[in-house]
Design a protein around this ligand. Structure first.
Ligand SMILES: [Ca+2]
Ligand SMILES: [Ca+2]
Length: 204
C-alpha cells in the first residue's frame, strides 16, 4: 500500500512538471537563429532546427514583406515548392496547440500562394486569404507520445513566389482541473485503504 501511495505521489509530481511546461517546443520557430542581413534573402538546405525539403528553405529579412515576429521569416516556394520539418517530443494523450503566422506574398496572385501543415498524422491547410497581411492559424493536436514530425509545405503554383510563414509555436495545453482532482482522489483512496487495513488488524 505504501508503494502504491508513492506511485500516486509520483504521478501527481509528473502532472505538476507537465503543467509547468507551457514553453514553445519548436526550435527556431521565428527563424531568427540564422543571421540574414537586413533587406536580403537566401535559400538554405536547412535552418537551425529545421530540415529543408527538396528545394530548401528561403529565409528573408524584411524583404518582399516584413516579418510578423522579429526580422526574419520564411518562404517555402523557393525555386519551386519546397517544405521544412522538425521533430517534436510529445506526451501520449496530451493536448498541444500548434500556431503559426502566414501571409500571401505581396504583389503576387493569390492563386500562387498557400501552405499545408502536418503534425504527426494530423494535417491541414492554412486558410486561403485574399489580402497581403499576416494572419494567425491555430489548431489543437493530440500527442501520440515520442517524436512527432511537424512539417510545412508550399502548395499551388510552383514558381518561386508563395506564402510567407513566421512565429511557429507548439505549446502543451495546461492540464485541466479535473485531472488534478482525479490525482488527489487517487491519493485519498490509497490513504483511506491504508487506514482501513490498520483498523482491521486492530479489530482482529
Ligand atoms: Ca521571425
Ligand atoms: Ca507559388
Amino acid at each position: 500500500m505504501f508503494k502504491k501511495s508513492l506511485i500516486a505521489l509520483a504521478l501527481m509530481g509528473a502532472a505538476v512538471t507537465a503543467n509547468a511546461a507551457s514553453t514553445n517546443l519548436v526550435q527556431n520557430g521565428s527563424f531568427e537563429a540564422n543571421a540574414q542581413a537586413s533587406g536580403t534573402w537566401n535559400i538554405y538546405s536547412n535552418l537551425t532546427g529545421w530540415t529543408g525539403g527538396s528545394n530548401g528553405i528561403e529565409l528573408r529579412d524584411n524583404v518582399a514583406g516584413t516579418a510578423s515576429h522579429g526580422t526574419n521569416f520564411v518562404e517555402l516556394d523557393t525555386t519551386g515548392n519546397s517544405s521544412m520539418s522538425q521533430s517534436i517530443n510529445t506526451v501520449l494523450g496530451r493536448e498541444y496547440v500548434l500556431s503559426f503566422d502566414f501571409t500571401n506574398r505581396p504583389g503576387t496572385a493569390v492563386s500562387t500562394n498557400g501552405l499545408s501543415w502536418k503534425f504527426g498524422s494530423t494535417s491541414g491547410f492554412a486558410p486561403t486569404v485574399t489580402d497581403f497581411v499576416w494572419h494567425t492559424f491555430t489548431t489543437t493536436v493530440l500527442g501520440t507520445g515520442g517524436a512527432m514530425a511537424l512539417e510545412f509545405a508550399a502548395i499551388n503554383g510552383s514558381n518561386s513566389f508563395g506564402s510567407s510563414i513566421d512565429n511557429v509555436s507548439v505549446t502543451a495545453t495546461p492540464i485541466p482541473a479535473a485531472v488534478w482532482l482525479f490525482g488527489t482522489g487517487i491519493a485519498s483512496l490509497f490513504g483511506f485503504g491504508k487506514r482501513k487495513k490498520m483498523n482491521n488488524s486492530v479489530n482482529a
